[in-house]
Design a protein around this ligand. Sequence first.
Ligand SMILES: [Zn+2]
Length: 264
Amino acid sequence: MRMIKIIFISIALTFMFNSITFAAPHWTHEEQSTWGAIQDPSQTVVPLNYPFAECSIGTHQSPVDLAAAQIDNSKKLNELEVWYDVDIAPIFNNTGHAVQVNTSSGYTGELKIGEESFPLIQLHFHEPSEHVVGNTRFPAELHYVHIGNDGRIIVLAVAVNIGEENTTFQTILDNTPHQEGQNPNTGIQINPASLLPPMHHNRPDFYTLAGSLTTPPCSEGVQWYLLSEAITISAAQLEQLKGFYTNNARSPQNLNGRAVLSTK
Ligand SMILES: [Zn+2]
């Protein structure tokens, strides 16, 4: 009996220990100015006990204000080619911070940059936009997140204005759980390309710069591609998006002399 009790306690402790060790600290957009100071109580050694330190001390953080940037359109840039197709089993995901769609494991859609290909892993929305142009903040912003086979992260960002409704966005809104969690196996297909602006010859104009994830841990080494052209959703769709999350946008970060390159 005593042995059983000991085994039971040790299993319980292991379970507790694992959940403490591996759970990332909680964070919210309201406290974004202090993300870097959030501590992980399971870690006692600097810098491991400050898992989001890069949010504060990074020098290539995202998003940014394009109006504050020196924009260089003199360089010949690799062209973007968006090769997204239909995903037959997308996972509609409420992350606790955003409305997101994870592509299914067999999904083949990708972004080509020059000769390199980056598979599309997920797309999600911020309200209002994270990237701004001076005093202009768009009603929302769409991020397509790609991860290359070498681990490089590429984000394609699209500004969202109010206008015509977008039917694919409606499908996403209608299938995302209202509580944090995932809704897989809906049998519903979506084509991520149908959230893009109409593209002439599939080679859109863009701005590009080095940046970071815009949520903790704010890891740098992310290359951003911001499309010049916006998409639209309806006012009612924006309200529905706000019903999930509102103000889930990080403020513009210091450019620290970063170059922003542009195709035009
Ligand atoms: Zn994002």
